[in-house]
Design a protein around this ligand. Structure first.
Ligand SMILES: O=C(O)CCC(=O)C(=O)O
Ligand SMILES: [Mn+2]
Length: 122
């Protein structure tokens, strides 16, 4: 969890996202999913340092993976396919009321990298 300086490529993506969304991002978290066995369990991105109603911009590179939202109370689910080059923006009350996951898949699956741009407020 040791932060590295911005690379030119990540810096360029950060600037494009800020222009597109009108939102600053001062950090990016990179996750690598080597194959269908690598996954992200149910969670909310609700760390105190992200502040109230964080805007999180999520870019997917490589293999398509399922992304599932689940409402904490009603258990309603919503499912999306995150394809190569896609942008998913999570904002507003999403992190308060919904959890998300990238489940395992049994299909042969190439590697995927996910970048989530975030604004850490303190
Ligand atoms: O890989 C993804 O699409 C989601 C990653 C994620 O939820 C996270 O890094 O907090
Ligand atoms: Mn997350």
């Amino acid at each position: 969890m040791q932060p590295d300086p911005w690379t030119p490529t990540l810096q360029a993506i950060r600037q494009q996202l800020s222009a597109l969304l009108g939102q600053n991002f001062n950090s990016v978290l990179a996750n690598q999913y080597r194959n269908g066995d690598d996954y992200m369990g149910w969670h909310q991105d609700n760390e105190p340092e992200l502040g109230e109603e964080p805007v999180i911009a999520s870019i997917s590179l490589g293999a398509t993976r399922r992304f599932v939202l689940r409402h904490r109370q009603s258990k309603e689910k919503k499912e999306y396919l995150l394809t190569n080059g896609s942008l998913l923006v999570m904002a507003g009350e999403l992190q308060s009321f919904w959890q998300h996951t990238v489940p395992k898949t049994k299909r042969p699956t190439e590697p995927r990298i996910n970048l989530t741009f975030r604004q850490i407020t303190r």
